[in-house]
Design a protein around this ligand. Sequence first.
Ligand SMILES: [Zn+2]
Length: 256
Amino acid sequence: MTFIDTHSHIYLSDFKEDRSEVIANAIKGGVNKILLPNIDSDSIDSMLSLCRDFPENCYPMMGLHPTSVKENVEAELEIVEKLLRDLPFIAIGEIGIDLYWDKTFLHEQEEAFRFQVALAKKYKLPIVVHSRDSFDELFQLLDKLNSPDLHGVFHCFTGTEAQAQKIVNEYGFKLGIGGVLTFKNSGLAEQIKNIGLEHLILETDAPYLAPQPHRGKRNQPAYIPLIAQKLAEVKGVSITEIGDITTQNAKELFNL
Ligand SMILES: [Zn+2]
């Protein structure tokens, strides 16, 4: 059985003591590839050095996370643009809108999203979208920006079935399914039960959102099979089938 963790921040300091062990455990559990979304200019060095240390397992994305969109957004986006010119990346991410923590920079978040979607089109890369309390704002943007050559994923999807249908049918994007699926009362299983497996990929969002029975603790790529097992139950198929289909979906989306 093989899996891909399509969204993991194991370059963060939460893993500084045992990063190699975390990757070894992931591989032992069949999670051979770990895709790393960037956050901002502070996270780039540790992300890239991890990818140099584990070139067969870790793959970097480049982008500016919406919660890092502040007064210095232009300087941050210049760095993103420069790195995309200089180095290979598998996606633009993570980008999007987050209105949960702070609405002060909504306008700047929207402009940063627009700018980075343009970069995705220029470099023919998929986008990894972070959406928190912001489906309406992102849908408004994507209704204008979407085109047949734009691909992507709504990472850590936790919306409604109607939102899921719009994302997969109108935009042709994937849904990233993570630990929330295993949470009691999250309701996510119900919302995605009519969404075909061809639209789904797996992710941990480590160190956040650990699946049951590790909820509240540090998440890690080795927990992907716990999410896959729950998805297998929701879909009434084997975990092997979940691994095969979601791995294939991720390989296609990220050109691995
Ligand atoms: Zn993330």
